[in-house]
Design a protein around this ligand. Sequence first.
Ligand code: SF4
Length: 345
Amino acid sequence: MMSTSAYFRPVTRSQAAQGGSKFADLKARAQALQTTRSRGGKSTPTAPGGPSSSTEQAGPSQKKTAQKRVKREHTKIEYEAKEGGDAKSSSRSAKPKTTLSSIKKERWEPERWGEHLENIKRMRATRDAPVDTMGCQTCPDEAAAPKVKRYHALISLMLSSQTKDQMTSAAMKRLIDHGLTVDNILKTSDQKLGELIYPVGFWKTKVKYIKNTTQILKDQYGGDIPATVAEMVQLPGVGPKMAYLTMDVGWGKVEGICVDTHVHRISHRLGWLKKPTKVPEETRVALEEWLPREHWSELNWLLVGFGQQTCLPVSPKCGGCLNKEICPFEKSQLRYSKNKKSPKK
Ligand code: SF4
């Protein structure tokens, strides 16, 4: 005797109620089987005209299958929610979970820095600060060969340390008139070189640095300047600030932000640093962590001119600054002056 399958029992009953012929019975069974296959063979077939929920009329084995399926689905959800779980449990769970908080933590950036920068660009649009006409990038002789121009860029940056742009520019003009090439500087006496660069800051020390550096360029770099920051900072009297700017001016390569005293000071005032830094090199590293690379090259030129004209080291001209409403330094100064002026009762 053929055992009655739980699959077919509802079909047989419904067909039997309509006439019960053997042919009708077989037809109903075939329809039920087709329904099951079209659903991927996994779901419980529903009898024609039967209840919408398959579990309502399911037999014990159907209920067991449905329970297992629910359990599987539940377990799967649990694995997906797990962070960095066991690889055997789920292939998805092996991937590290990226959360909004972790993105925020990694991508710190100062508030309203884009507005600060746009305002500084507007204030610098006239390009009439000393750095615009006498900065190091203006010093190389445009008519000189590329290799000589790069040497000019390096020497002008060495002279510019602790020196106003006007003095650097004047000293560079005298050196170029004298003949500012590697071979000619090596032939020039220290005394003559001193006379040419005086009165730039620390001129006696700079005479030694220029002579030693020029000799290294002749011996190790074929009379050219090094093409990497790592090699550049090995030269006597050349620090990271000069190296990054020389790479930009001399080779057209932007490998880092050139942070001088203006960039260091203004970055602090505008709240552009996650925490205060002590030296410009720390400031460079902190700025490079969040400032998009396309702004690295222009930042030095923008902030140096802004620092020369408006955001002065002492008594900045905040009243005429476009950033006065959104500058943390200006706000802190206002708070300080209000507290100072509060009358004693
Ligand atoms: S408001 Fe004052 S301190 Fe702030 S950026 Fe402008 S000039 Fe500098």
